[in-house]
Write a protein that binds this ligand. Structure first.
Ligand code: GLU
Length: 404
């Protein structure tokens, strides 16, 4: 075969495959070999999609809503999205100010692809979700990682933001509650970041609010365009149904953003995937406009699971874990295991060694923190029932105690 046949796009060639999906694939492979793996690797709720939402999708199929929708999404869903942003986030938004995509990931990708040119910089506070820097790279930009210290609750401070800004800065990505740390920005913290951004009118803001409803201990959720309405003209406020309504597989994400940007994102999507699945859009409409009690029920369940998981991780020798304020991730330092050897004889030099040995020897899957820009940590998604979480924590404790 001619070697040049396999020449890839230069941006793709240097992109890392998604570390979360890589771990999920490893879990599938171990299970196919017959291993009984408890997976704390996938960041998705374990609940079924609520019955009324599933019924709406079946009704949509039977009613023949199985054809293309407008690229930007069905009018009824866009109206529901606008109502959601008004109702829950206090944003001034009409249906023309919205866009529906195939998952939150496509919202982010569309926004970056529509705006980035060579040399453009995107500030990514880290620890961060694995896909932000890679998407920036795919779109020809340069991710500028702004390190958020453990002592600052893994949150971006106004000082760190100011230092990261240059004349080439095109975007700042914010994610609260955060994947992987569970950190939640208060209104006051967003206010301080907004004050910095107001001094730099050339910067767009992408606010990934996908874990909005998973904020614990009675704390409230705020998004930056709400805290500082003057930023709305340069902010993409992104959300979706995946986490709030246990609908990860339905692939519906949405946003509100300035119209010039929505037009560009729609143009891109129209040449790429067209509108999101018509059936999933009907399901998302039922989710946004139907009963909302599922959200509170799942928040309570996740808060109890967080308490269970973090108590166990804290008691495990070699691990350290703060109580996260939101999302469904515990981000545990495994520094105490580094330099030691697992029971199975694996030298634990990095957090990836720890994650792989944990999978091989304890049948528990977690994702290494270094994939999220900070090691040595492991990210634990506690989106399983209490029994599975207890089993997993026992196995983690046994694994850690056996390291020499
Ligand atoms: N957001 C989830 C996670 O971090 C889903 C997987 C992904 O797209 O990375 O695990």
């Amino acid at each position: 075969m001619d070697a040049s046949l396999q020449r890839l796009n230069v941006h793709l060639a240097s992109v890392q495959p998604s570390a979360t999906y890589r771990m999920m694939d490893r879990v599938a492979a171990r299970r196919a070999e017959g291993a009984n793996v408890i997976s704390l690797s996938a960041g998705e709720p374990d609940f079924d999609t609520p019955a009324h939402i599933r019924a709406a999708a079946i009704d949509a199929i039977n009613a023949g809503h199985t054809r293309y929708t407008p690229v930007a999404g069905m009018r009824a869903l866009r109206e529901a999205v606008a109502r959601k942003f008004q109702r829950e986030n206090g944003l001034d938004c009409s249906w023309q100010d919205t866009l529906v995509c195939s998952g939150g990931k496509q919202v982010i990708y569309n926004a970056l692809a529509a705006t980035l040119n060579a040399g453009d910089e995107v500030i990514v506070p880290a620890p961060c979700w694995v896909s932000y820097p890679e998407m920036v790279q795919l779109c020809g930009g340069r991710a500028v990682i702004a390190k958020c210290e453990h002592g600052a609750g893994f949150k971006l401070t106004p000082e760190t933001l100011s230092q990261a800004i240059s004349a080439r800065t095109r975007w700042l990505i914010l994610n609260s509650p955060s994947n992987p740390t569970g950190a939640v920005y208060s209104r006051d913290e967003l206010r301080l970041l907004a004050d910095v951004l107001l001094k730099h009118p050339h910067i767009l803001v992408l606010s990934d609010d996908i874990y909005e409803h998973l904020v614990f201990d009675g704390a409230g959720f705020a998004t930056i365009a709400q805290v500082e309405p003057r930023l709305a003209e340069r902010t993409v406020t992104m959300n979706g149904v995946s986490k709030a309504y246990a609908m990860t597989g339905w692939r519906i994400g949405f946003c509100t953003a300035p119209r010039w940007l929505l037009d560009a994102m729609e143009k891109l999507q129209g040449q790429q995937t067209s509108g999101a699945s018509s059936i999933s859009q009907h399901a998302a409409l039922a989710a946004l406009e139907g009963p909302q009690d599922f959200i509170e029920t799942s928040r309570r369940v996740f808060q109890a699971r967080r308490d269970l998981m973090v108590a166990s991780l804290t008691a495990t020798p070699g691990l350290r874990c703060d109580l996260p304020a939101g999302a469904f991730y515990a981000f545990a330092s495994c520094e105490g295991l580094i330099g030691r050897t697992s029971k199975g004889g694996v030298p634990l030099r990095t957090d990836e060694d720890v994650a792989l040995a944990l999978l091989e020897e304890a049948n528990v899957a977690a994702v290494q923190g270094s994939a999220f820009g900070l090691g040595p940590y492991i990210r634990i998604a506690y989106a399983l029932d209490d029994q599975a979480l207890r089993q997993a924590s026992d196995a983690i404790a046994e694994f850690a105690s056996a390291c020499r």
